[in-house]
Design a protein around this ligand. Sequence first.
Ligand SMILES: *Cc1c(COP(=O)(O)O)cnc(C)c1O
Length: 401
Amino acid sequence: MALVNENYCNLKESYLFADIAKKVSAYAKEHPEKKIIRLGIGDVTRPLAACVVKAMEKAVAEMGVQDTFRGYGPEQGYGFLHDAIVKYYASFGVALESNEIFISDGAKSDCGNITDIFSNANTILIPDPVYPVYLDTNVMCGRKIIYMEGKPENNFLPMPDENVHADVIYLCSPNNPTGAVYTKEQLEKWVAYALKNDAVILYDAAYEAFVVDPAIPRSIFTVEGAKKCAIELCSLSKTAGFTGTRCGYTVVPQALVRKTAAGQEMSLNKMWLRRQTTKFNGVPYIIQRGAEAVFSEEGIAQCRANIAYYQENARIMMAGFDKLGIKYFGGVHSPYIWLQCPQGMTSWEFFDYLLENMAVVGTPGAGFGTMGEGYFRLTAFGSRENTIEAMDRIVAGLKNL
Ligand SMILES: *Cc1c(COP(=O)(O)O)cnc(C)c1O
């Protein structure tokens, strides 16, 4: 008899986006005259950079010619893309070796797959609120999960607790959903904690390109000692508009070594290579050529222009909430504004209030964890026109609340 993985019984059904869609479509049916503005989406809207499209077109043409056709590529990615990423990291002061970089179809896959190289006996430390993938992928393995609370008192940036032991720690900075970002001093404390506990930090840097202050780390590897205790998950999704194109990369340092229960030392880099070569056949050549172009001088400039567009949206939103005196987090180094629901409303009460009175859609904070209750996420990924209109409606609608 084939038994199923019973850990799946422990997954909480996520109705968040389905419930939002249901409420929005009911409202749309009742009010066909209203223009609904969606600021709940966690997806980009700006098109790919021109040089990225050009690089992919060239690669497509190569695939149709005998001499330049390519079949299976290296599972961990092509050398040309490793080289481009090595150069990119050097630009913010991090020296990497090519074989420390693994190209993938995105950070979500890597985030889920990386659980393969860790024992199910580990205790997993996860922030609350946070990107739900960290929790669900570990529930699927039946692991013990402990939480650290993000709250206004710590600016939604939980710090290590010396009295709590964890083996694997998830950090996301700039954070989804709160937009909060760790300083170098704070990351130094996390690295010290991880080294002391022989733990590994899984550092999600999906939003690194949104960091505007050069003093704020774009990579955990800017912190000394991090190569002995961290894996970094990166994505071109938010930084270069690759949500539909699919490309990311994970950095597993050569220096990262941990033991089996019996005490045998293992290289996590070698284990991840083995995992990827066994279960993955690489990202399409065409996509990797597009990704290479993202890291060219021209590509960085063109992607920066798109990010600047979203950042201007975030500024417009922050100005509106400043005017209203509503407290929020994020928005500066992140496309997310995490605001405190006014008048003590719950996340869903505020969702309904915003939809029914202003025809604006956001995401209730409670959908990202218990600590998200009373908070609300708006994103800067909309169009300029819609962002301005939504904020005009919000300012007018909440002014006299
Ligand atoms: C969007 C996002 C990712 C990126 O996922 P991809 O699979 O690369 O598209 C990773 N982590 C967080 C926190 C995100 O919000």
